[in-house]
Design a protein around this ligand. Structure first.
Ligand SMILES: [Cu+2]
Ligand SMILES: [Zn+2]
Length: 198
């Protein structure tokens, strides 16, 4: 009789242990699923593309107009500028300090955007360069020009004022940036202007 009870008790114990085990196994995948969902949401937030798009207006009695698009993804800012009405040949393009294109000569935008107080120069130069020193691009015989530029030294609307391009301006010049003359590369008149505003 005692043996019988003992066997029954052992049996019950085994059942209850195996039940607990099953429950644990069931619970585990649920936790993993939740973790996956959270990390997916975080990933979506960090891969969100920021974008700012605006037109370039002619300045200094030129006919130069265009469109500029800045996008930011994975901490890299991509700029594409498409222009028309240019004289054939090389032209300078920069980011200037203020998004104010109100003056007819474009000088209301101020000098080159230079938050890090560097000398004017070729982008990436060891001797220094402005954060607005994009450089030169070519216009074809019909006066059309395109330039694409990519950097992790800019951001679209972040808290770092050494990187934030919002509130600045794109200026296209009549001449070529010689990449050495101070303070702005002797690039001549400002023929097109657009404020970088969201
Ligand atoms: Cu300029
Ligand atoms: Zn410069």
């Amino acid at each position: 009789m005692k043996k019988g009870i003992l066997i029954l008790a052992t049996g019950l114990l085994l059942i209850s242990v195996s039940c607990k085990g099953e429950k644990k196994e069931e619970a585990k995948p649920q936790t993993e699923e939740k973790t996956e969902k959270v990390s997916e949401e975080t990933a979506t937030k960090t891969t969100e593309v920021k974008k700012v798009k605006f037109a370039l207006a002619s300045k200094s009695d030129s006919n130069v107009t265009g469109n500029v698009v800045f996008t930011e993804k994975y901490g890299i800012v991509n700029m594409t500028a498409v222009m028309e009405g240019l004289t054939p040949g090389k032209h300078a393009i920069h980011i200037h300090a203020k998004a104010d294109c109100s003056s007819p000569d474009g000088k209301s935008t101020g000098g080159h955007w230079n938050p890090t107080s560097q000398p004017h120069g070729k982008w990436g130069a060891a001797t220094g360069y402005h954060k607005g020193d994009i450089g030169n691009f070519d216009a074809d015989e019909n006066g059309n020009g395109t330039i694409s530029f990519q950097t992790d030294e800019w951001c679209i609307g972040c808290d770092d004022e050494n990187k934030n391009i919002i509130g600045k301006a794109i200026i296209v010049h009549q001449g070529t940036d010689d990449l050495t003359s101070q303070p702005s590369g002797a690039a001549g008149k400002r023929v097109s202007c657009g404020g970088i505003i969201q």
